[in-house]
Design a protein around this ligand. Structure first.
Ligand SMILES: N[C@@H](CCC(=O)N[C@@H](CS)C(=O)NCC(=O)O)C(=O)O
Length: 221
């Protein structure tokens, strides 16, 4: 796309997790200059005072745009807010009509309020909880299955969540692609599989997913 007006790179505070990949993919799609600041959430770097000044909820991703709307630096946390800001600033991956914006917003908020947190809990209870609590594993695995079913229906008559490729897809893709870890059977969701394949084939998505600190293990939320 274009990087007019973005002379200094945007700083991306990042770790290689689904929420982090949303923004590395977005920046690659936009083709704007950015610099990755790795925040190792496994080592607790998200609690460093310098990071909390940018992201008070101690979570990645966050960005600092040195060239904010008034020419001053602007820090933003929460992936949905970052995606909306970047799409507005660079005029891409977000439609211009109010009706189309409402479509994108619904699916963006569906991801940040639904798919993301439920998949995160599913991963936590399946992989990281010190005891295996079958009630919690069943609850979150079934909820993720229900959400995949919602996506499946939505994608049955359109190629992307809001019709054309948008920030709504960029938000959901990094989570949905982890269906194996989330114990989902992708054969039950052929439209989701087709959508995953189409997004995974995009060169910018490949580049965004390749961002990783050398020698770091990949961590899930
Ligand atoms: N709602 C947040 C969720 C961000 C999030 O959960 N980030 C995880 C990594 S995927 C994190 O930073 N975890 C660190 C921690 O929990 O201390 C967003 O969409 O940006």
């Amino acid at each position: 796309m274009h990087d007019e007006g973005q002379e200094e790179p945007i700083s991306l505070y990042f770790w290689s997790t689904p929420n982090g990949f949303k923004i590395s993919i977005m920046l690659e799609e936009l083709g704007v200059p950015y610099r990755v600041e790795f925040v190792d959430i496994g080592k607790g770097e998200q609690f460093a005072p310098e990071f909390l000044a940018i992201s008070p909820n101690n979570r990645i991703p966050a960005i600092v745009d040195p060239d904010g709307p008034d020419g001053q630096p602007l820090a933003i946390f929460e992936s949905g807010a970052i995606l909306q800001y970047l799409s507005r600033k660079f005029g891409a991956l977000y439609p211009s009509s109010e009706r189309a914006k409402a479509e994108v917003d619904q699916w963006l908020f569906w991801q940040v309020g639904g798919l993301g947190p439920m998949a995160g809990q599913c991963n936590h209870f399946r992989l990281y909880a010190p005891e295996k609590i079958s009630y919690a594993i069943d609850r979150y695995t079934k909820e993720v299955e229900r959400l995949f079913g919602v996506m499946e229906k939505r994608l049955s008559d359109r190629p992307f969540l809001a019709g054309t490729y948008s920030i709504a897809d960029i938000a959901s893709f990094p989570w949905a692609r982890t269906w194996r870890t989330l114990a989902q059977d992708i054969a039950k969701f052929p439209n989701v599989e087709r959508w995953l394949d189409a997004i995974a084939a995009r060169p910018a998505v490949k580049k965004g997913l390749a961002v990783k600190k050398a020698d770091s293990p990949r961590k899930q939320a």
